[in-house]
Design a protein around this ligand. Structure first.
Ligand SMILES: [Zn+2]
Length: 195
């Protein structure tokens, strides 16, 4: 396996940030701040951690985007050209930013976005890096919303979905390792990390 070791300094406190492979998302285990690596170098991003559900523990942490949006669904056309009402509402999504199979990603993102729970300060513990850009996270949100509309089983033929990003943060997500992968300590959903 090829591993590229990235050595970068935290823009906030100067501590070394550690990453692996193609990581572009980093949490500093010294000060808790988060940064993304783009073409212009490291850029700080507001950060927080999500709190495990009662009775569950945080044994390991993985990164996710917490994105506040205004979702607009319009031009909703049903079978035989019938129009149905669109809608607009503020919604908050949590999209894991580390590599897992797409099926796992949509399952856990859907579950997390329904029970986000509370946020707290980022723990001063190692938090794994991530690779999913915010643009790709917003693309996934669009797919989730379209998927929900299609599931309404009214023979949807076409739809317009607009996702306006109001705010975004990087959050540390708590997990417990199991024999098959990582179980989310908020939703109980198990995912299989890759790489
Ligand atoms: Zn730092």
């Amino acid at each position: 396996m090829m591993l590229r070791l990235v050595s970068l300094d935290c823009p906030s406190c100067g501590s070394a940030l550690r990453g692996e492979g193609l990581d572009t998302i980093f949490f500093c285990d010294h000060c808790g701040d988060a940064a993304t690596l783009g073409e212009d170098g490291l850029e700080m991003v507001e950060s927080a951690a999500l709190v495990p559900a009662a009775g569950r523990a945080a044994r390991t942490w993985r990164p996710a985007w917490l994105i506040e949006t205004e979702v607009t669904v319009s031009e909703r056309i049903r079978h035989r050209g019938r129009r149905s009402d669109g809608w607009q509402e503020p919604r908050t999504f949590v999209i894991p930013a580390f590599e897992i199979p797409l099926g796992d990603l949509t399952r856990i993102a859907r579950a997390l976005s329904e029970v986000i729970g509370e946020t707290r300060e980022v723990p001063r513990e190692p938090i794994h890096g991530g690779t999913l850009s915010i643009d790709d996270a917003v693309t996934l949100i669009r797919h989730l919303v379209i998927g929900d509309e299609v599931r309404k089983s009214d023979m949807l033929a076409s739809v317009m979905v607009d996702i306006e990003v109001i705010g975004s943060r990087l959050v540390a997500l708590p997990f417990e390792p199991t024999s098959v992968g990582l179980r989310c300590s908020i939703t109980g959903v198990t995912v299989r990390p890759q790489g």
